[in-house]
Design a protein around this ligand. Sequence first.
Ligand code: PMP
Length: 448
Amino acid sequence: PAPLLGLATSARPTPSVAAVTDTDALLARRTASFAEVQEHYYEAPPRIERGWREHLVGVDGRAYLDMVNNVTPLGHGHVGVADAVSRQLRRLNTNSRFHYGAVVEYAERLAALAPDPLDTVFLVNSGSEAADLAIRVALAATGRRDVVAILEAYHGWTYASDAVSTSVADNPNALATRPDWVHGVDAPNPFRGVHRGADAARYAPEAAAVIAGLAAAGRPPAAFIAETFFGNAGGIPLPDGYLAEVYAAVRAAGGLAIADEVQAGFGRLGHWFWGFEQQGVVPDVIAVAKAAGNGYPLGAVITTREIAARFRSQGYFFSSTGGSPASSVAGLAVLDAFRDEGLQRNALDVGTRLKHRLEELATRHPLIGAVHGLGLYLGVEFVRDRATLEPATAETAAICDRLLALGVIMQPTGDHQNVLKTKPPLCLDDESADFFVAMLDRVLTEGW
Ligand code: PMP
């Protein structure tokens, strides 16, 4: 209603960040306040002030190409999301238990994206919460306490999501602090696995054997949790049939299959949930976030009515801000943009062309050991020796710094930090993709 709009817009104008000229002072303040607990992989990190599509602009006016932002599929500064959230914030943003408008519409539209029989949605604020809640749903629904997870995976920082995150790079204490209810299985990474590609078939039977072993020992697992496209190692597809075999094993033991789609889901691979779709399986519980709100905090767990009922009878869920009216309209605007802006087609088209161009670079630069991935979920893996696959960790960090100087924002990933995470907004155009390839070519040619 109009009178309320007046109230909201009469607020004092906020000072513009662009007015800050002493960027060193700004950085010192940022570091003192919170940057140290955040990821920090650049010698001299950029100071970003605003963004548009796949482009970012620093406080000094410098433009950057954002090649790592897997949270903004629509791109930065998306007007549809901004307008929807702004309008809703002026109307109502308490997560009133008695507000049923946008929240219900969003839950229905999200559930409609998931395969049958998954039709029940719990709304949260982030990927960590989604993965954590997915685990809690499985524990409560089965009345069990053990979970099987892939070693070297990342699922979040909250207690349960962190417990199943056994990536040494993301959490140096992962192996030491892993609780005894978490059981790791080898990362199905045929490229870097002990026996490499020839033995890709070993991973699923080994995981199934761990699950069967737990059941035989009287500790049948509540769940097996995995990303459906192995992100932490740089976007590596799971071996054919992997999920079918491991899901069958965990179900045979009475447990649930959890798919962490926080990063792979929502079309980064060219279709909503292509990670498990192309494996020909349907999970029991799906966790989504990141792309769902295009940067506005929004995550969800999607499961079956029957599992949700079992969880509700044993467990507890209430989130003060999860699925707020504002995050719900953000989610709806994101779904509208996916419907209207051809993002998934673009992810596949631009991603396929980008991958070919990166593979062409690999023929000229031996440091590139492999180009992994599909759609706009790619990884460029640097090795010192293609035979031994010795990770080029220091080189990767230096290359990231050089790329930054040329205006490209990247991030090392993988347990050896030797893979360029390549997960740009899904609206990336060919010109931007070509710019990235040209700058990488230049760094690899001129040296770092
Ligand atoms: N799961 C996966 C697969 C992720 O990649 C991430 C974030 N990198 C998370 C969960 C955690 O999401 P968030 O940072 O939103 O808590």
